[in-house]
Design a protein around this ligand. Sequence first.
Ligand SMILES: Cc1ncc(COP(=O)(O)O)c(C=O)c1O
Length: 382
Amino acid sequence: MKEQFPIFRYHPELTYLDSAATAHKPDCVIDAMTHFLQRDYATVHRAAYRSSVRATELYHAAREGVRHFLNASHVDEIVFTRGTTDAINLVARAFPFQPGDEIVLSQLEHHANLVPWQMAARERGAVLKWIPLQANGSLSSELPLSPRTKIVAVTHCSNVTGAIASLAPLVQTARHVGALVLVDGAQAAAHLSVDVQALGIDFYAFSGHKCYGPTGIGILYGKKEALHRLSPLQGGGDMVDRVFPEKSTYQPPPLCFEAGTPNLIGAVGLKVALEFLQTAVYPPLLIPALALLHQIPGVRILGTPEIPLITFSIEGVHPLDLAGFLDSHQIAIRTGTLCAQPLLRFFGCEHAARISMGVYNTEEDLDRFAKILREGIRILQR
Ligand SMILES: Cc1ncc(COP(=O)(O)O)c(C=O)c1O
């Protein structure tokens, strides 16, 4: 699989273990974007000439590709955004919260599924409520929902623990009180087969760049009725129907949420990336990686990973020193707060280290990592 990823041709010595932050791109994605730029590039929606019609068709085909990937019932339920963060901010800012409305979250969320809700709550007088966490950092089944709950926003798969949330009971309880459910799929989309209809959720957000596609493109899936509850945030070309000096009418979703010339190069790349992802087979590296880490004294694994993503701390070794040491041996791992400060605090850490594997990783990568990790611990441990 590595041979399909040019980064490893240019850097054969690289051991890349940070795919949860961003995944490298296969030839097919790079080629599709290059091909588009070289042969089919033009603006979309606005012109009658051939290349523009073709570019518009490709943009629509990309939207249909995402619909298929998520098993959404209609292509109009797919909104192109800049990424997961952008998608969640869109819902948080566009939802008509009233003072006293409740937004239910948990402390395991990535900052992208936390800070936008804090902002919305502060601006509209809504109240944040918290789903308690179990000792391993997973959501407890005690849900603080009430008739005032408007939205429950949870991650499908944690970027710290790698644990998958049990969405079914949560969705069922949310339905009872008439609340909408938004799921942050930034990590899950690259690893799980996502069926938004089977999940019964209202919004699903994910990023192209973690799914082997380009940066700057992501998706907000919104069930038709849910999208109709949001008001457009940005005005401009493409999102309008009729425009007068004093007022305008808007396009229906999804176009009313996509003001301006869209990221069509990104959309073309995303379509191919999702096709690649749907046929790619992940090597089974989670169990061997856990086994390697468990053998190393002083390693503490945070949570119970279910996707190939493991966050850990090491007694007496600062994660940032460790990352520097590994980098000097061409091994890339993620360290720091992992954009999840409340969850790291819950685990009693300020910083942690994380390895995450993509379709291109191998057992040899893990062995090399484990060997250099042991060396690093010997040198760095205080
Ligand atoms: C769980 C989770 N949510 C949201 C995000 C934000 O994604 P992006 O930076 O692509 O918007 C990430 C990125 O690491 C993530 O892991």
